[in-house]
Design a protein around this ligand. Structure first.
Ligand SMILES: [Zn+2]
Length: 66
């Protein structure tokens, strides 16, 4: 007895979903030590100082260690 599978193609999950849809900071704000750019891994200590939660580095948006 062959039970034929019903042909159902009504559910198509063909939505374009980029893997890197995480919010990122501008390249110039990236961590100078490890290159981290994802916002949730970067903590703003002040308007121009950031802390990278990935490697623990603290730096300024000028690209210098702080
Ligand atoms: Zn880092």
């Amino acid at each position: 007895m062959a039970s034929k599978m019903p042909h159902r193609d009504g559910q198509q999950n063909a939505r374009p979903r980029p893997h890197n849809d995480e919010p990122q900071v501008a390249p110039r704000y990236a961590c100078p030590q490890c290159g981290e750019r994802r916002k949730r891994y970067l903590m703003w200590l002040s308007p121009e100082r950031l802390r990278c939660l990935s490697c623990g580095a603290t730096y300024t948006i000028m690209g210098t260690p702080a």
